[in-house]
Design a protein around this ligand. Structure first.
Ligand code: NAI
Ligand code: MN
Ligand code: ZN
Length: 339
């Protein structure tokens, strides 16, 4: 089989590898489609501290089960599945409180273990989530990015009365907009970014109001309308955003951080306690595949609005370079494997 392998930072090859056999409790997935995410590019460029090389990247993938290991029901053969990249131990403290996404021995497919940019991938059977026939392949491959939004919103239980401010109109900002509008019916969702084309994408995904903070002050724009957000989600992830979020937030607001910056953020306690703000973080997803498959079945979200490009995997280098360079035109870039 062919796999997309990062041999070492900045060296990507399409390599012939032996067809893997599923061990006990595993299934083999014949990959059809995979999505490119910022973290794939970070591993490629050597910017992901968790990555070891060589590595088959890819943690957003969809395909068909074509072999099962011992103890896995043979009725699963031929099943269409999306794969949850989070592999956890099931018994440590975070696992015991429903947070396998921060398991003390967390393994993420495509990061710590070979992932889905490959003709075949072997994964634990319970990580392969069956996809109902009514959900198209290219929507099924988008389940993982939407689980990030399911995890973020799961932390804060949004209501229709909320006013949400989302920093960043990249893929992560857009999945969050769709969850807040489509699933939770939040009355006002505001998105701030510096790129007009991305803000236009946010509007297509349901944002009620977009602000370009490269052109005008966000604080002034909100003040003009007397708006204090009750939810702030940082899907832009610059270390300076937390303090601004604390300043702009309504008393009793919830703030969610998604970033992995290792730089210090300078924050002042007074406004946090003075407004009794709740500050959450969100990493990957904790058992959210079922939730997102349900959203898709009910038509509450529309992955189509995020997909801007599709490439055959032989052109994976072009696909990643386009994804990295063209933030104005690119949102989700998909790779096709066997069709
Ligand atoms: P992206 O880079 O495509 O989008 C970020 C957007 O934020 C860009 O459109 C950029 O113009 C905008 N931006 C940057 N600084 C800004 C500022 N100060 N004000 C307003 N807008 C600003 O990235 P993507 O894929 O949407 O991911 C966003 C972030 O989420 C990344 O930092 C990534 O590491 C993180 N992430 C976190 C996950 C988690 O589970 N916690 C999962 C996936 C991504
Ligand atoms: Mn991703
Ligand atoms: Zn665990």
């Amino acid at each position: 089989m062919k796999s997309v392998v990062i041999k070492q930072p900045n060296e990507l090859v399409i390599e012939e590898r032996p067809l893997p056999m599923p061990a006990a409790g595993e299934v083999r997935v014949n990959v059809k489609l995979a999505g490119i995410c910022g973290s794939d590019s970070h591993i490629y460029r050597g910017h992901n501290p968790f990555a070891h090389y060589p590595r088959t990247i890819g943690h957003e993938f969809f395909g068909e089960i074509d072999a099962v290991g011992e103890g896995v029901n043979r009725s699963r053969l031929g099943q269409r599945v999306s794969v949850d990249p989070v592999i956890s131990c099931g018994h440590c403290y975070p696992c015991s409180v429903g947070k396998p996404n921060v398991c003390t021995s967390l393994v993420v497919l495509g990061v710590h273990r070979d992932g889905g940019f490959s003709e075949y991938a072997v994964v634990p059977a319970h990580n392969a989530w069956p996809i109902p026939d009514a959900i198209a392949d290219k929507h099924a491959v988008m389940v993982e990015p939407f689980t990030i939004a399911a995890n973020v919103t799961g932390q804060i239980a949004p209501t229709e009365q909320d006013v949400a401010l989302i920093y960043g109109a990249g893929p992560m900002g857009l999945v969050t907009v769709q969850a807040l509008k489509g699933v939770y019916k939040v009355k006002l969702v505001i998105v701030v970014d510096r790129i007009d084309e991305r803000l236009a994408m946010a509007q297509r995904s349901g944002a009620d109001w977009v602000i370009n903070n490269g052109e005008r002050s966000l604080q002034a724009a909100l003040d003009e309308r007397g708006i204090m957000p009750t939810i702030v989600i940082d899907a832009a992830c610059h270390p300076s955003i937390l303090q601004e979020a604390i300043t702009l937030a309504s008393p009793a607001a919830r703030i969610v951080l998604m970033g992995f910056s290792s730089e210090a953020s300078q924050i002042v306690q007074q406004a946090i306690t003075g407004k009794e703000l709740s500050i959450f973080s969100s990493r990957l997803n904790a058992n959210k595949f079922r939730v997102v498959i349900d959203w898709l079945e009910k038509g509450l979200i529309d992955p189509e609005k995020l997909i801007t490009h599709t490439f055959d995997y032989h052109h994976v280098t072009d696909a990643i370079e386009l994804f990295e360079k063209d933030q104005r035109q690119c949102c989700k870039v998909l790779l096709t494997f066997s069709q």
